[in-house]
Design a protein. Structure first.
Length: 344
């Protein structure tokens, strides 16, 4: 990104974040400053979906690590394919902000016809066979990841990362990136193409997080050292955040509802979350409602749901920790279901 665009993006990065007060770049210290510097260097701008995590510095580092090592780092999978997967998952999860960002990147990296098909969810119209197969897998149209085994961790990592980020963005950055559908994605795509130029060495995020063992359900990451380290460390951080911010009964309820509902809400109403949370102790119901909605229908989270949770009381850090745990738990649920489908 040009210097001017980068400066504008830096100033505006945090303006649209709702419900929490992210750390301003000029006030960032310690781990937050380290993450911000790496995001700006490797992503080209201070991305709001990452910066919104800054009230919880360790969660901020975890979110950046999985994004960097799956999507951003140079690796075995072409960035074009990974951007297409990011856009497809974002469309599946009804995340207009992330769809705007990654569909725009697609316009800068592939033919206009293919980019339009990716953005609109018309998988069968994608001419490039590699992109078409990757998108079909990401939205559930193929049982197994359609790449060689050495490339699979990056594709899995990109999909899981966006199942996570889409939920966080829908809670804290609702709405699209652009104020008008008339914004020419093709032009913006060409302007932002510089974001993917150059080499980003895999593994640079490892210094931000303590090493950890890879959980069994994240075994798809084991074939790539950088992806494995990022997801192992991030899962440890996010599980610790859940243990701190989310009552045990709420975590059990979320896991049970994900399994029962397949990660999808039963309809447009959020009454299902109210009904499920009613099984909890009164003091835990607001946390349960927020965690359930974040995991299964993040686009239904609004100020009332947040305000009910804050009466606990809960500060910005606790709010980020709860929603991050719920989002990552849902992302892991999707990966488990996809892996089981592939092994049938």
């Amino acid at each position: 990104m040009t210097g001017l665009l980068a400066r504008v993006a830096r100033r505006r990065a945090l303006e649209r974040v709702n419900h929490v007060a992210p750390v301003p770049p000029g006030a960032a210290r310690g781990l937050v400053a380290d993450v911000y510097a790496q995001v700006e260097r490797d992503f080209g701008m201070l991305a709001p979906p990452i910066a919104l995590h800054s009230p919880a510095p360790d969660v901020l580092a975890a979110a950046w690590a999985i994004l960097r090592e799956s999507l951003v780092a140079s690796g075995a999978v072409n960035r074009t394919v990974k951007e297409a997967v990011a856009a497809a998952v974002s469309r599946r999860n009804a995340c207009p902000y992330c769809l705007d960002v990654h569909a725009t990147m697609a316009y800068g990296l592939m033919t206009e016809r293919d980019a339009a098909a990716v953005a609109a969810g018309r998988t069968g119209e994608i001419a490039d066979a590699g992109i078409r197969r990757a998108v079909a897998w990401a939205v559930g149209g193929l049982d197994d990841v359609p790449v060689p085994v050495e490339q699979a961790p990056e594709l899995w990592g990109t999909a899981v990362t966006f199942h996570y980020l889409n939920r966080m963005v829908n809670v804290f950055l609702p709405g699209g990136l652009f104020p008008s559908a008339a914004v020419p994605r093709r032009l913006l795509g060409l302007l932002t193409r510089s974001l993917v130029r150059g080499v980003r060495e895999p593994g640079a995020s490892a210094r931000l997080l303590a090493p950890a063992a890879l959980p069994d359900d994240l075994g798809w990451a084991s074939g790539n050292a950088a992806v494995r380290q990022a997801f192992a460390s991030a899962s440890a951080v996010l599980e610790a955040a859940g243990a701190t911010a989310v009552p045990d009964d709420v975590r059990e309820l979320v896991r049970g509802e994900l399994a029962a509902r397949g990660g999808r809400p039963p309809g447009p109403s959020r009454g299902w979350a109210q009904e499920a949370a009613a099984r909890l102790r009164p003091a835990e119901r607001a946390a349960g409602r927020l965690a359930l909605l974040t995991a299964i229908a993040a686009y239904q989270v609004d100020a009332r749901v947040i305000d009910d949770f804050r009466r606990d009381p809960a500060d910005d850090r606790k709010l980020i920790e709860l929603t991050a745990w719920a989002s990552f738990t849902a992302a892991r649920h999707w990966a488990n279901a996809a892996a089981q489908q592939a092994h049938r």
